[in-house]
Ligand binder design. Structure first.
Ligand code: AMP
Ligand code: GLY
Length: 425
């Protein structure tokens, strides 16, 4: 089979790596890919948002299966474009991807199908929103309706910061049209987990659970980033809680989407807050998580390609997915200054050493290769994944890997995975 993966980050490197292990696969392309991905796939120099060109390319090269990594091509309708032409593609249609692309759509779905989520109100005028937060006078979370590159959610501890967030999104239009409508919801305090499933619109098969680390510094301090690391599985999500998530969240969401006339096929990712054993959906994503995927896929024992084909052909009920015992921890190595401004072009040392280490995987998020050297080329540069028979062993292995890599102003959190110990007690 010839497979095409759309995207260029650490998540896509992990997807290409996992797909490359399949005996069914003879050739993998990645569009646009990256210097790191180029080591195991042929990169295609096209813009993934130019969906007509991408579909033309896939048709010409007789691609047997296309797998979409990021959300933007999904919300632009890449899956619909492929489907019209009869080209097999793994991902949510434009209508189904609204579950991520519009937080108002997502909240209304949750409400209609009785899926637990924080109480909320929707506003399309700043004055009414301001009146509401003044009347409420408590901590709230303010969310721009549309996609805002992960920056459209502002947690406001008091009324003054809520007023500031409303002004930023609705008056200054910091996120453009994405902020024409906002959601103001109750601020929940609990533990977050990422729960991803494969679904063909009817059958829902869970992946192992994961926990992301969003803030830049240890102890969940500092501004939010695209993710500083993740581990899987998280003991926060016990077998009982997994069952509850399936029954109260994933199955009703997939059924609800079908009833709304937008059957959901692909990966559905629930961002959950767990408060005293009760679940709340913070968001849905219409794709694999980044960096969660870098920790989840190394634990997948089964070949991923037949699973993806079964999703596309709507016969997931025939499939069984096996997971490895043990745990995986992904530590992101970032450029100093990220998520603010940072330098690119620093020489990365030590990558060869990682290649000879067992139980270590390396996924490139933002690198370049020039004149025989790997160079930094983004905020998140690399993901170092350690595998172990339990979480402490996986943490140890991941940081042993990290200790071999160096570049100027390199930063990483030193506490990825440690939260797991709170749940093991
Ligand atoms: P979202 O993109 O909706 O998942 O929000 C991004 C982050 O904002 C989440 O990972 C949480 O850390 C935080 N967040 C979102 N909604 C809430 C909420 N209702 N209460 C507390 N924190 C929240
Ligand atoms: N790890 C968060 C996300 O993929 O949206």
């Amino acid at each position: 089979m010839k497979i095409l993966v759309i995207g260029s980050g650490g998540r896509e490197h992990a997807l290409v790596w996992k797909i490359s292990m399949s005996p069914l696969v003879s050739k993998i392309y990645c569009l646009p890919g990256s210097a790191g991905i180029a080591e195991i796939a042929e990169c295609v120099h096209l813009d993934p948002l130019e969906i007509t060109q991408v579909a033309d390319w896939a048709a010409k090269h007789q691609i047997d299966l296309t797998v979409v990594g990021p959300e933007l091509p999904l919300t632009l309708g890449i899956v619909d474009e492929f489907q019209v032409r009869g080209l097999p593609i793994f991902g949510a249609t434009k209508k189904a991807a609204q579950i991520e692309g519009s937080k108002v759509f997502c909240k209304e779905l949750l409400h209609k199908y009785n899926i637990p989520t924080a109480d909320y109100r929707i506003f399309s005028a700043p004055q009414a929103a301001l009146n509401y937060v003044r009347r409420l006078s408590k901590a709230v979370v303010i969310k721009a309706d549309g996609l805002a590159a992960g920056k459209g959610v502002i947690v406001c501890k008091d009324t003054a910061s809520a007023e500031g967030a409303i002004a930023l999104i609705m008056e200054d239009q910091a996120f453009g049209a994405a902020g024409e409508r906002i959601i103001i919801e109750d601020c929940l305090v609990g533990d977050e987990a990422s729960f991803l499933v494969f679904t063909d619109g009817e059958t829902v098969l869970p992946m192992v659970s994961a926990q992301d680390h969003k803030t830049v510094y240890d102890g969940d301090q500092g501004p939010n980033t695209g993710g500083m690391g993740a581990y899987s599985p998280t003991p926060l999500v016990t077998p009982q809680l997994t069952e509850k998530i399936m029954q109260e969240v994933m199955l009703p969401a997939v059924e609800g989407m079908a009833q709304e006339g937008c059957p959901y096929r692909g990966v559905l990712y629930a961002g959950l807050m767990i408060v005293d054993g009760e679940l709340y959906v913070l968001e849905f994503n219409a794709r694999f998580g980044d960096p969660e995927t870098q920790a989840i896929l190394p634990l997948m024992d089964s070949d991923i390609v037949p699973v993806m084909q079964a999703v596309v052909d709507e016969r997931l009920a025939e499939v069984d997915i096996k997971w490895k015992p043990g745990a995986a921890v992904c530590v992101a190595l970032t450029s100093g200054g990220y998520p603010g401004s940072y330098q690119k072009g620093q020489i990365i040392q030590g990558l060869n050493k990682l290649q000879s280490m067992g139980d270590i995987l390396l996924f490139h998020a933002g690198t370049n290769y020039k004149n025989g050297s790997w160079l930094t080329n983004g905020g998140r540069v690399l993901g170092v994944v350690g595998y172990g028979l339990d979480i402490p062993a996986a943490i140890k292995r991941a940081y042993e890997g990290v200790s071999n890599v160096n570049f100027e102003h390199m930063h990483c959190r030193t506490d990825i995975g440690k939260k797991a110990f709170n749940y093991l007690a």
